[in-house]
Design a protein around this ligand. Structure first.
Ligand SMILES: *[C@@H]1O[C@H](CO)[C@@H](O)[C@H](O)[C@H]1NC(C)=O
Ligand SMILES: *[C@@H]1O[C@H](CO)[C@@H](O)[C@H](O)[C@H]1NC(C)=O
Length: 222
């Protein structure tokens, strides 16, 4: 979703003296390059709109680490592709309560194209601000509020598109625990929020116009 030229432009805008486009990209990305792939038994996705710097690193198994500085928007993490209903556990460090960031189980479906979030913790911006609650779901020892929003001509797994976002936002923020995704998918369906064909699902760290860090490990509970 991010273009090479955007990365080069972002690097060139920084203080680093750049000698070549390749070095420019490296100045932006100290960790791996943005993209998707497989790492140590897990799928990962690392996306940025190109502004600021993000050091995203895949650790062993379901672990990933991130450190970002002055980004506009980035999202990354590890999970599965495709990502049908699963019970997952995760733990680690995400201490971004004072900046704009989310820690969520995050995924996509196609037909219809939907971007979904089960938000475990968020920082200064509640993603449900300015939209009305559809209902609630009890899951994994907590209450989640359910919302739907629409994105118009925004980046997606299918390029720039208009699509729905479904949200479950945990009312008591936490970092670590289990997420029984089926509970959320069932509740969304009950409130008329229809998912499509499973694409990827990751336990994502997202940063929006902020700087922060995370160190997260996920696992599937079978
Ligand atoms: C996190 O979970 C993994 C297993 O998924 C476990 O090995 C590790 O000890 C846990 N770490 C913490 C800090 O709880
Ligand atoms: C997560 O689920 C596992 C398996 O069902 C259970 O043993 C564990 O206690 C749960 N952890 C939490 C934090 O609820």
């Amino acid at each position: 979703m991010v273009s090479f030229t955007a990365l080069v432009a972002a690097a060139a805008a920084g203080a680093t003296v750049v000698a070549s486009p390749l070095q420019a990209v490296q100045a932006v990305q100290a960790g791996i390059q943005p993209g998707t792939g497989k790492h140590d038994g897990f799928f990962y996705s690392f996306w940025t709109d190109g502004k600021g710097s993000i050091d995203y690193t895949n650790g062993p198994g379901g672990n990933y680490k991130s450190k970002w500085n002055n980004v506009n928007n980035w999202v990354g993490g590890k999970g599965w592709n495709p990502g049908p209903p699963k019970k997952i556990s995760y733990n680690g460090t995400w201490d971004n309560y004072k900046v704009n960031s989310y820690l969520s189980l995050y995924g996509w479906t196609t037909n219809p194209l939907v971007e979904y979030y089960i938000v475990e913790a968020y920082g200064t911006y509640n993603p449900s601000s300015g939209t009305s609650k559809k209902g609630t779901v009890e899951s994994d020892g907590g209450t989640y509020d359910i919302y739907q929003t629409t994105r118009v001509n925004q980046p997606s797994i299918l390029g720039t598109s208009t699509f729905a976002q479904f949200w479950s936002v945990r009312t008591q923020k936490r970092v670590g625990g289990n997420i029984t995704t089926q509970n959320h998918f069932d509740a969304w369906k009950k409130y008329g929020l229809k998912l499509g064909t499973w694409d990827y699902m990751i336990l994502a760290t997202e940063g929006y116009q902020s700087s922060g860090s995370s160190d997260i490990t996920i696992n599937e509970i079978k």
